[in-house]
Write a protein that binds this ligand. Structure first.
Ligand code: FES
Ligand SMILES: [Fe+2]
Length: 384
């Protein structure tokens, strides 16, 4: 037995992490796709990106390609991106706009924006001996459950989606301690002032774990710690219900140099001023609330060692339409993102090292990550 095989003892201040294979194994990743990504509510699109009838986005949810499209009636809908004839992908572009219909490029079956099959070459001739034609609803696109909240479209591939109120809204309430707290920020009415897309060579769980703890803040986030001095202590503010990290006394705004940002979002309460709240919404969303903007992360786990992270900086319409300079507030969290994702990429290769076969350890400031690990294990192996 080597020291790396030694289990943590009951008296130890250290808890074990997941073993390395959880971050590298194709089978475990498939189980996560099955039980987590394709079974829970997955934040897919910013609804304002698909504002016009006929606009669509094509997003990867677990192993499925999902088309989110705005109908002529203004309603947002989601469908599996699979033609009902012989299975060609309807759209291969990540986004676009069609006039009235979605047409398969293979044999030209054509679907209305509500998913109904409306035309197929020689459709009139496609009748059986009794003169019965193709059922246009039955052979329409397969719908995917969709909910809109905070200005995002959340989809769920499960046959019976879990409660959105418990799994999504309820998790935000658990963190903030008050169901109305999130509403004060008016996130659904904000505009995207900036977006960054990061292609991260790391398992999605490393990104979640990193976001959940602040033990690393003093080491890798000098700018963030300058703005939020309590982060130097290494305790994750999001672990404490209702707590937001307070800006330092010399800090005027959540910007890279601590200079003033914009006017506070109109609905926030006095206790939300000069504070930063981070929320981890399992499995793939992080929400960061500051008084004058929101930083909203969505992850798309593509492989055990690859995750796309789309990060939106949201401001009032006045700030975005007025072309005001958002660069100093964007720069702060862009640096934080780069610092975090570099750390995750530095960790990923070691996940397949024999040194990490039995995992690593969590110090007390990270102990809440063990709950995330228990959650993952219970999800992917419901009989465990
Ligand atoms: S596969 Fe789409 S029309 Fe044939
Ligand atoms: Fe970080």
């Amino acid at each position: 037995m080597t020291t790396m095989d030694l289990p943590a003892t009951a008296a130890s201040p250290l808890l074990p992490t997941l073993g390395g294979e959880y971050y590298t194994s194709a089978e475990l990743f498939a189980a996560e796709q099955d039980h987590i990504l394709e079974n829970m509510w997955f934040c897919a699109v910013r609804t304002g990106d698909i504002a016009e009838p006929g606009q669509f986005k094509n997003v990867q949810v677990g192993r499925e390609s999902v088309l989110v499209v705005r109908g002529r009636d203004g309603v947002l809908r989601a469908f599996l991106n699979v033609c009902r004839h012989r299975g060609a992908a309807l759209c291969t572009e990540p986004q676009g706009q069609v006039k009235r219909h979605l047409q398969c490029p293979y044999h030209a079956w054509t679907y209305a924006l509500d998913g109904k099959l409306v035309a197929a070459p020689n459709m009139g001739a496609l009748k059986n001996a009794e003169g019965v034609g193709i059922d246009r609803v039955r052979y329409g696109l397969i719908p995917v459950a969709l909910r809109e909240w905070l200005g995002y479209g959340w989809v769920c591939l499960a046959d019976e989606p879990p409660s959105f109120e418990i799994d999504v809204v309820g998790e935000v309430t658990k963190r903030l301690g008050d169901p109305a707290a999130i509403d004060h920020y008016g996130i659904e009415g904000l505009s995207v002032g900036h977006r960054e897309i990061y292609d991260v060579a790391a398992n999605w769980k490393l990104i979640v774990e990193n976001f959940m703890e602040c033990y690393h803040c003093a080491t890798i986030h000098p700018e963030l710690v300058e703005v939020l001095p309590e982060f130097a202590g290494g305790l994750a503010a999001q672990y404490f219900v209702g707590h937001g990290a307070e800006f330092g006394p010399q800090i005027d705004g959540f910007t890279v140099d601590g200079t003033a940002g914009f006017e506070n979002l109109p609905g926030i309460t006095p206790d939300q001023e000069r504070r930063y709240y981070a929320i981890t919404l399992k499995p793939t969303v992080f929400v960061n609330l500051v008084p004058d903007h929101i930083i909203f992360h969505r992850m798309y786990p593509l492989a055990p060692d690859r995750t796309i992270v789309e990060c939106d900086w949201l401001y009032t319409g006045d700030v975005v339409a007025g072309d005001r300079d958002v660069s100093r507030s964007v720069e702060l969290f862009h640096r934080v993102n780069q610092q975090d994702f570099d750390a995750c990429e530095r960790t990923q290769p070691a996940m397949s090292s024999r040194a990490y076969r039995n995992g690593g350890v969590l110090v007390p400031a990270e102990h809440h990550i063990a709950e995330f690990h228990d959650w993952v294990r219970a999800k992917i192996d419901p009989n465990a």
